[in-house]
Ligand binder design. Structure first.
Ligand SMILES: Cc1cc2nc3c(=O)[nH]c(=O)nc-3n(C[C@H](O)[C@H](O)[C@H](O)COP(=O)(O)O)c2cc1C
Length: 180
């Protein structure tokens, strides 16, 4: 399975992006499951239906192609002001009236012990835009406020790698169920 892991944070030292890179490392190179990290939502223009006509802005075309190529999408986002950050919602808005997301398996991951208001909103939005959003498959590491070195060490630990591999295996199973 090929997963696209979208970070909702464009911060250089983002804990969510670091967690998704940890997931990528846990999957292992050339292994059964591959994770591509998409950390470029900051390059997407503000969505407008007026811009949906061909040709799409180049950054959007790249984003849409990455989503289309994935068997499943993983989203990890911070909470901003008890809500989905504007950039994350903007990225989702670009996909809403297109076909790539409608039947795409989606699961959440989250890099903080906080942010449950945002997670509730994201669950509502994703269940609206995809018929295959899994509310049950969820990965969470409380990494907020940890240094990049501490995060890397935490994500390299054997128990964390095992948790991440189990998450990927669960999600792969969920993705495969749609192929029957
Ligand atoms: C503008 C802004 C608003 C925030 N609002 C909240 C919030 O409402 N609730 C919360 O738990 N954390 C809030 N935070 C903290 C972030 O959600 C938290 O630091 C998160 O782990 C950052 O994710 P990242 O490391 O991937 O960027 C806010 C941070 C910023 C910059």
């Amino acid at each position: 399975m090929r997963f696209l892991a979208i970070s909702g944070s464009v911060r250089r030292a983002s804990t969510n992006t670091a967690m998704l890179r940890g997931l990528q490392a846990a999957a292992g190179a050339g292994a059964e499951h591959g994770v591509a990290v998409y950390d470029r939502i900051g390059g997407l223009p503000v969505f407008s239906p007026d811009l949906e006509a061909a040709p799409l802005p180049a950054a959007v075309a790249g984003f849409v192609a990455a989503v289309a190529a994935a068997d499943g999408v993983i989203i990890a986002s911070p909470e901003y002001v008890r809500a989905i950050p504007g950039g994350m919602k903007n990225a989702i808005d670009w996909l809403v009236s297109r076909e790539e997301l409608i039947a795409k398996p989606i699961a959440l991951a989250h890099a903080s012990h906080r942010g449950d208001d945002m997670l509730a909103q994201l669950r509502t939005v994703l269940a609206t835009v995809s018929g295959r959003f899994s509310a049950d498959i969820f990965l969470r590491f409380p990494l907020m406020a940890l240094s990049p070195d501490d995060i890397a060490e935490r994500l390299r630990a054997a128990d964390a790698v095992e948790t991440m591999r189990a998450y990927l295996a669960d999600f792969a199973r969920f993705c495969g169920e749609g192929d029957n």
